[in-house]
Design a protein around this ligand. Structure first.
Ligand code: SAM
Length: 288
C-alpha cells in the first residue's frame, strides 16, 4: 500500500469519502512523503518515543510518526475525519485518535492517561494555521512534559517565534516562546506540497523545551506584562511604553530613573532588549 501522503492515495481517500476541505479549520493536507519524513526526522524519535499530534487530517503525518514511535496520540476536531482515520490508521493500532478541540483538552491529564511515566515525548504536527499561536502557547504555558515540538506553521510566525533581539520579527511572541524553549526554524516548505495550497509560505519550527527558564523573574505574569507593554508601540521608546503601563503608580521621571539605575538607556526600543534585560526591568518595577 502506498503512503497516505502520495498525491494519488490522498485523492483516492478524499474521493471515496467525498471529503470537502473546510478552510475555517485550516485544512491543508500534506501530499509529499519526503517532507513528512524530514519533519519526523527533526524530532529525533526512538522506538520508545511517544508522539502527540494536533490535527491528523487523513493521517499523512500520523503514519510517518507511527512508523518511528511506540505510540501516537492525535487530537482531531473535525468529526468527518474520524471514519477516514479509522480506515487509514488500521495498519497502525498504536495510533489513538481523540475527537477534541485541542484548545479545550487537558493536555497534562491526557498525557498521563495515554503515555508511560517519564516516556520520551514529542509533539509532531502540521498545525491548523488559524490557531497556531494559541496552540503553541497553550502547550508551552501548561508545561506539557515533552522534549521537543516539531511543527509546521506559517513562515512568518516561525520567524517571529525564533527571532533574536535587534531583528524586525523580534517581539513579545519571541520572548514568550523562548522563555520555555530553544526555538529554531529547521527548513522552509513550498506551497506546492499541500492540498489545497495555502496562501502563505510555511516553515518547520523546532522548539526544544528547556529544563528551566533562561532568566530568573520575580513574578512570571508581571514579566510577560512588562514585555507586552514594552512592545505596545514598537516605534516608541521603552520609556514611553513603560510610563504608559505604569502611569497609575509612577511618574515618567521615576520610570526613567529606575531604568537608568539598572543601566538600561530609557531611549532604547523594546526590539533591542534581551530577555535578561526584560527580566531586570520587571524585577525593578514589580509592586511599584
Ligand atoms: N496532519 C494533516 C496533514 O499534515 O496533512 C492535516 C493538517 S491540517 C493543516 C490541520 C488539521 O487540524 C486539520 O485536520 C483540522 O481539521 C485540524 N484542526 C483544526 N483545528 C483544530 C483544533 N482546534 N483541534 C484539533 N484539530 C484541529
Amino acid at each position: 500500500m502506498k503512503d497516505i501522503a502520495t498525491p494519488t492515495r490522498t485523492k483516492e481517500i478524499l474521493e471515496k469519502y467525498k471529503f470537502r476541505f473546510k478552510k475555517s479549520l485550516g485544512q491543508n493536507f500534506l501530499i509529499d512523503p519526503n517532507i513528512l519524513t524530514n519533519i519526523v526526522k527533526a524530532a529525533s524519535l526512538s522506538p520508545e518515543s511517544g508522539v502527540i499530534e494536533i490535527g491528523p487530517g487523513i493521517g499523512a503525518l500520523t503514519e510517518q510518526s507511527a512508523k518511528q514511535a511506540e505510540k501516537v496520540l492525535a487530537f482531531e476536531i473535525d468529526q468527518r475525519l474520524l471514519p477516514i482515520l479509522k480506515e487509514t490508521m488500521a495498519p497502525y493500532p498504536h495510533v489513538e485518535v481523540i475527537h477534541q478541540d485541542v484548545l479545550k483538552a487537558d493536555m497534562n491529564e491526557q498525557i498521563a492517561a495515554h503515555f508511560k511515566e517519564g516516556q520520551d515525548l514529542a509533539v509532531v504536527a502540521n498545525l491548523p494555521y488559524y490557531v497556531t499561536t494559541p496552540i503553541l502557547m497553550k502547550l508551552l504555558q501548561e508545561q506539557v512534559p515533552v522534549r521537543v515540538m516539531v511543527v509546521m506553521l506559517q513562515a512568518e510566525v516561525a520567524d517571529r517565534i525564533a527571532a533574536k533581539p535587534g531583528s524586525k520579527a523580534y517581539g513579545s511572541l519571541s520572548i514568550a516562546a523562548q522563555y520555555y524553549a530553544d526555538a529554531e526554524t529547521v527548513f522552509m516548505v513550498p506551497k506546492t506540497v499541500f492540498m489545497p495550497q495555502p496562501n502563505v509560505d510555511s516553515a518547520i519550527l523546532r522548539l526544544t523545551l528547556r529544563d528551566k527558564p533562561p532568566v530568573d523573574v520575580v513574578d512570571e505574569a508581571f514579566f510577560f506584562e512588562i514585555v507586552q507593554a514594552s512592545f505596545t508601540q514598537r516605534r516608541k521608546t521603552l520609556l514611553n511604553n513603560l510610563s504608559k503601563k505604569l502611569e497609575a503608580t509612577m511618574s515618567k521621571q521615576e520610570v526613567q530613573a529606575a531604568l537608568q539605575e539598572i543601566g538600561i538607556d530609557p531611549t532604547r526600543r523594546a526590539e533591542s532588549l534581551t530577555m535578561q534585560e526584560f527580566a531586570a526591568i520587571s524585577s525593578v518595577f514589580f509592586r511599584k
